[in-house]
Design a protein around this ligand. Structure first.
Ligand SMILES: Cc1cc2nc3c(=O)[nH]c(=O)nc-3n(C[C@H](O)[C@H](O)[C@H](O)COP(=O)(O)OP(=O)(O)OC[C@H]3O[C@@H](n4cnc5c(N)ncnc54)[C@H](O)[C@@H]3O)c2cc1C
Length: 352
């Protein structure tokens, strides 16, 4: 059998792209080495319409949210699992300068649909130390990427469409119309290996800026909450009284080892923030596939016709992947142009 597509990497990028190609009745085979600490597996999966210290609308968020919801909802139905967890986000406002930025976004007509008129701390009221001020965002949600990836992996395995191994680039043979990898034939190959693309001889010329982050899963005595809190540290309800917290940017030591520095800093900030002592259940680290210019990397290899990349989702894979996977599928199946903002052709001069 010759597959229509061979996809390397089953993080959130490879998973959603595979699903969208299957929805178009394309045959897909996936190769993934299932690193237990990929970026997708440790991420909170938050889709947040207004981000950053200056409270600005996320790039293209008005288009990203509907496509994300539709895609993850279809995956929920296919796999019979819960992927989307709606949750408002409480944004704390630390000082007068930040308050002016918040007032500016409140006055932006295109952002008002994401802002709650009468914000409320809910249960956080009982644990938070005094705040300068706070606001509340709506239409935000969390994507359970870990659960989604595990269920989709089972789905692919049952269908014999998953090969569990580290892809060996030296074993790829290609000609004008066909690619072959260890006896598997396909018309096209799409690479979605997250930050490991820096090892990919076809695309390692692209300006990846991988950024390691760390995540902590914890509980607080007798405390539950429905909303996400974005204060000095995140508190993201993960169910069963557990919370996710994390972030951090390390550009040099690009591995999945956790650091005492991160944990100590986290504990200090948590004690500045709340009156309760967290119990840490898990501490994990992974590397995000971030890119210079902070836009995805999508497109065809400059010289080899049937070799593609779908990567560069940086800090926002949960919201970016569904929209841009749809975009790539429209290109592959219907010849529509890839947007200049995300096309790898913007880095052609790096290749030549
Ligand atoms: C601490 C932290 C918090 C985050 N929080 C959020 C958040 O709240 N919201 C959000 O949207 N994003 C968040 N992110 C970012 C998000 O994780 C990424 O944008 C997204 O997961 C990237 O997905 P990916 O599929 O491109 O890469 P990955 O998740 O890295 O997946 C790549 C896959 O390819 C496989 N692979 C790699 N090389 C090979 C090979 N040679 N052969 C076979 N398989 C291979 C890997 O094992 C892996 O399964 C966070 C990241 C971190 C680190």
């Amino acid at each position: 059998m010759t597959f229509d597509y061979l996809i390397v990497g089953q993080g959130i990028a490879g998973t959603v792209l595979t699903f969208k190609l299957m929805q178009e009745n394309k045959s897909v085979c996936v190769i993934d080495n299932h690193h237990h600490l990929s970026s997708s597996k440790i991420a909170a999966g938050i889709v947040n319409p207004i981000t950053g210290r200056k409270y600005v609308k996320s790039w293209m968020i008005d288009d990203l949210i509907p496509e994300s919801r539709e895609t993850y909802f279809a995956l929920e139905k296919l796999l019979d699992i819960k992927v989307i967890h709606d949750a408002n986000i409480i944004r704390t406002i630390p000082n007068r300068e930040a308050q002016l930025n918040w007032e500016r976004i409140e006055l932006d007509d295109s952002a008002t649909k994401y802002i709650v008129d009468k914000p409320s701390l809910g249960n956080y009221n009982s644990i938070l130390k005094p705040l300068f001020d706070f606001g509340e965002l709506t239409k935000s949600f969390r994507v359970d990427m870990k659960n989604l990836l595990a269920s989709f992996r089972d789905y692919l395995e049952k269908d014999k469409r998953l090969i569990l191994e580290k892809f060996d680039y030296n074993k790829l043979i290609f000609d004008e119309s066909l690619i072959e990898y260890k006896g598997i034939k396909a018309n096209n190959i799409i690479f979605s290996e997250g930050f490991h693309a820096t090892q990919n001889p076809f695309f390692n010329y692209l300006p990846f800026q991988p950024a390691k982050g760390e995540a902590i899963i914890f509980t607080l005595d007798n405390f539950h909450a429905d909303k996400i809190l974005r204060h000095k540290q995140f508190m993201v309800p993960f169910g069963n009284g557990e919370f996710w917290s994390g972030g951090g940017y390390e550009w040099k030591q690009l591995d999945d080892t956790t650091t005492i520095k991160f944990k100590d800093n986290w504990l200090t900030q948590m004690s500045d923030m709340i009156n309760s002592k967290p119990t840490i259940i898990e501490h994990k680290a992974a590397v995000r596939p971030a890119v210079k210019g902070r836009r995805p990397l999508i497109g065809n290899h400059p010289r080899i016709k049937n070799v593609y990349i779908f990567n560069g989702m940086g800090t926002k894979g949960a919201s970016l992947v569904p929209y841009w996977a749809k975009h790539l599928v429209s290109h592959l199946l219907r010849g529509e142009n890839i947007s200049d903002e995300v096309s790898i052709s913007r880095f052609l001069s790096y290749y030549e």
